[in-house]
Write a protein that binds this ligand. Structure first.
Ligand code: MF3
Ligand code: CO
Length: 237
């Protein structure tokens, strides 16, 4: 799983370089697909429940699962979430980043990116054998809500291993001490989705693209994390 995690990291850092005003999300998809091929990995998303691409690219008020398209061009001041996964020798890795496009991103939006990434880091700090999923969710929720943003509740993180999605569900909200206990050897994809406005989301008619109900902008960061007795091992670092 460390190998698939490292490959996912390499793909995301490569695609990040291609994010610029004027690039389409299909351009990003092509860059990612070529890199996956070069690294000898198999994309995890393409074909998953019929999903058509190796990346999810979600712009501004899109929360997750945006489908790359030649028609969707990035503009200066936008933000774009890039989410990808691969499978190598039967084991999955999954990670996402949200990137500012150009240099005209507003202060509030920069804060959204910062807080969402910080909420993932606080979740990672909460991971160790004996902690609970409530501890992990509470760490995200407290970080986000302290800044006045909202945690999406309709989508959650997940266990990951020989399948992209395994038990348990990993909510980005919760109560300390509650929920299933973490044990050494478990691997989780932790993926806070955070909105500037309210927590509500809806899925568009394409069956995938998920947007905020109120049109506010949204960010998403994700790591694949192994549980050890000492704490978290971030496989997609
Ligand atoms: N990171 C997302 C997840 O873990 C992406 C899945 S998109 C899909 O759920 F296309 F694979 F469905
Ligand atoms: Co995931």
């Amino acid at each position: 799983m460390r190998r698939s995690g490292q490959v996912v990291r390499e793909i995301l850092e490569h695609v990040r370089q291609a994010v610029k005003p004027g690039a389409s999300t299909l351009d990003l998809e092509r860059v990612a697909a070529a890199k996956i091929e070069e690294l000898g990995a198999t994309p995890a998303f393409k074909g998953y429940h019929g999903y058509p691409c190796v990346l999810c690219t979600s712009i501004n008020s899109e929360v997750v699962h945006g489908i790359p398209s030649a028609e969707r061009k990035l503009r200066d001041g936008d933000i774009v979430s890039i989410d990808t996964g691969v499978v190598i020798d039967g084991y999955y890795g999954d990670s996402a980043i949200t990137v500012a496009v150009g240099n005209r991103v507003s202060e509030k939006t920069r804060k959204l990116l910062e807080v969402t990434e910080a909420s993932l880091q606080s979740a990672i700090r909460a991971v160790k054998a004996g902690a609970t999923l409530g501890d992990v969710g509470a760490a995200v929720q407290e970080t986000v809500e302290a800044e006045g943003f909202s945690v999406v509740r309709d989508f959650v993180g997940h266990g990951i291993g020989t399948h992209l999605h395994e038990d348990p569900q990993v909510p980005n909200f919760g109560t300390r001490g509650q929920g299933p206990k973490l044990r050494a050897g478990m691997v989780l994809a932790i993926e806070p989705m955070v909105n500037i406005g309210g927590p509500g989301v809806q899925v568009l008619k394409d069956g995938w693209t998920t947007v905020t109900e109120d049109g506010s902008w949204s960010a998403h960061f994700e790591h694949t994390v192994a549980v050890t007795a000492e704490g978290a091992l971030v496989l997609t670092q």
